[in-house]
Ligand binder design. Structure first.
Ligand code: ZN
Ligand code: ZN
Length: 435
């Protein structure tokens, strides 16, 4: 039998057309279901609503985050999950003075409409239903675009607040005789819940300088805890310390040095979060959304993948500075900034050497009495190894470092700052040198 070359080429072309159309349809299908491209996802891991002491309804808050470029949001109310039947009286809620109250309800009703919002009059008082997460999440969640994470701010004695992320049931505050014991008990409860359910989850320590409740030595001693807030957008939390208390950058370096060189308790990652309480219509600017967030590098936007990426240190924290990339390659710790026009960037590579002076002394009050505060250490803890300006920076590792991390400080004034005059910054995660 002789083959007809024309027939073969026609056959070949139709096969080619089929393959192309097949691959196009595959591509379309893929983008419609999940986004599998490795990319940076923007998220806030600390958010309050009317379920506890935030001043707005969860749907209005979620819409704000989604419309402002976030891909994920942990809803983390105090000692409660957004589950079950809950009615509030907007007129009498305790945020009425700060712009909550009826005005907030009216805004909610206007935005979401009579067919969504549930309310009733009981003895001449308006009552509105707070929707559980599992009801309202369907209005917002989209594969590869936006998701909500079920979290709780476990709010305990000694001003110990621990956020527990992606949990399945409520975790009551565990209590404890001391700050350290209380943090440890709550961290253990989250790990216990994880082992019980097999679900990926993690705890993080909130605002250590709130009431100056937690010291770096406390944080250093907690087993199984690898996240704390190096930045919290609530104006009452003393991110920058005071005369007797270290700022949270130094706090982080002391914690890292103690954990890595002296206690063998592993890394501590630094998170930036909002701790938002006050939303649209609020006259109170104490805890507005949009001040600090994390950018997580992951293939998938699912809670499991985001949490695994966080646990691998594959993220940076920021109050506005955007990065293209950071990491360690060819013996160098590098940072590449995604710059904005007319903004200058200073990159600091910060760390502690393996050989360092760990001696310390206590902070004394005006009567010479020892204060409960992070102790005073030598300048060998948390040294700036190198500082330079530009949009690309690298630091050549010598091998003598215990760890190295980078802080990127921009010249751009933060439009919605924690403190007046703040410029936008970002923190990358520590690279720990093998011993
Ligand atoms: Zn808190
Ligand atoms: Zn909070």
């Amino acid at each position: 039998m002789k083959l007809n070359p024309k027939k073969i080429s026609a056959c070949f072309i139709s096969l080619l057309v089929f393959l192309i159309s097949f691959s196009i349809s595959c591509e379309n299908q893929q983008t419609e279901t999940v986004d599998t491209e490795t990319r940076w996802w923007k998220g806030n891991l600390h958010t309050h609503s009317l379920w506890s002491d935030g001043d707005h309804f969860p749907e209005v808050i979620t819409r704000w985050y989604k419309e402002n470029g976030y891909h994920f949001l942990s809803v983390s109310d105090h000692n409660i999950l957004q589950q079950g039947e809950m009615w509030i009286q907007p007129e009498f809620n305790h945020h009425a003075q700060s712009g909550g109250g009826i005005a907030v309800f009216e805004q909610y009703l206007e935005e979401f409409g009579e067919n969504w919002v549930e309310y009733k009059m009981v003895n001449d008082t308006l009552e509105a239903r707070l929707k559980p997460l599992n009801e309202y999440r369907h209005l917002f969640e989209e594969a590869g675009k936006f998701m909500l994470i079920n979290s709780e701010e476990i709010t305990d004695v000694h001003v110990v607040h621990v956020n527990a992320h992606n949990i399945l049931h409520f975790i009551p505050p565990q209590g404890g005789a001391t700050v350290r014991e209380t943090i440890q008990n709550n961290v253990n409860a989250v790990h216990h819940h994880h082992h019980e359910t097999g679900q990926e989850m993690f705890p993080h320590l909130n605002h250590p300088n709130f009431h100056f409740a937690v010291t770096a030595e406390d944080l250093a001693h907690i087993e199984g805890l690898h996240f704390f807030e190096v930045y919290n957008g609530h104006r009452g939390v003393y991110n920058y310390g005071d005369d007797n208390h270290v700022d949270l950058d130094r706090f982080w370096d002391i914690t890292l040095t103690l954990r890595l060189a002296h206690l063998d308790l592993g890394i501590m990652y630094g998170l930036a979060v909002d701790d938002s309480h006050h939303y649209e219509n609020s006259m109170d600017e104490t805890a507005l959304p949009g001040r600090g967030w994390v950018m997580v590098r992951s293939d998938f936007l699912t809670p499991e993948h985001i949490i695994r990426a966080l646990k691998a240190g594959n993220f940076y924290s920021t109050t506005g500075v955007k990065l293209r990339d950071f990491g360690v390659t060819d013996g160098e710790y590098f940072v590449e900034i995604d710059p904005e026009p007319d903004v200058e960037y200073t990159v600091q590579f910060i760390g502690t050497s393996k050989n360092h002076d760990i001696s310390s002394r206590p902070v004394l009050d005006e009567n010479g009495e020892e204060m409960r505060a992070t102790r005073i250490y030598s300048e060998e803890i948390g040294t700036v190894f190198k500082e330079l300006t530009g949009t690309k920076a690298s630091y050549e590792l010598t091998g003598d470092e215990l760890y190295v991390r980078a802080k990127i400080i921009s010249s751009k004034v933060h439009p919605n700052p924690f403190a007046e005059g703040d410029t936008e910054v970002a923190w990358t995660q520590p690279f720990v040198m093998e011993r």
